[in-house]
Design a binder for this molecule. Structure first.
Ligand SMILES: [Zn+2]
Ligand SMILES: [Zn+2]
Ligand SMILES: [Zn+2]
Length: 115
């Protein structure tokens, strides 16, 4: 008790007793080490009764954070995570990760699209 960190989500929630960096349940963590996904830069919002970190896309739709779902699957099993992950989706969380911010030539962009 009282040993965790306090984390402030981008939606202004204060989450108490968050595990520390290094105590994540796996390689990726929505708080300490987000994986590359389309909504990795989207605001985070925590749903306490689901113990789920969500990502709010630019359209205001809440999507389960994929790293949070992976965490729930590790802790509670895949079925649990699948149930928690059910949401009204506008498709944003199924998009491929945004390319890293860098200057790319139009040729790079075309070959990325061709993939
Ligand atoms: Zn973590
Ligand atoms: Zn969206
Ligand atoms: Zn979604």
């Amino acid at each position: 008790m009282g040993t965790g960190e306090t984390f402030l989500t981008e939606t202004g929630q204060r989450i108490l007793n968050v595990h520390r960096a290094g105590d994540c349940s796996g390689g990726n963590c929505p708080i300490h080490n987000p994986s590359e996904h389309y909504l990795a830069d989207a605001p985070r919002h925590y749903v306490g009764d689901k113990q789920l970190m969500e990502r709010v896309c630019e359209h205001g739709v809440h999507h389960p954070d994929p790293d949070a779902l992976a965490h729930l699957a590790r802790v509670h099993g895949a079925e649990w995570a699948a149930e928690i992950g059910v949401h009204t989706c506008d498709g944003c969380c199924t998009l491929p990760p945004k390319p890293p911010l860098q200057i790319s030539t139009s040729r790079d962009r075309l070959s990325a699209l061709a993939r």
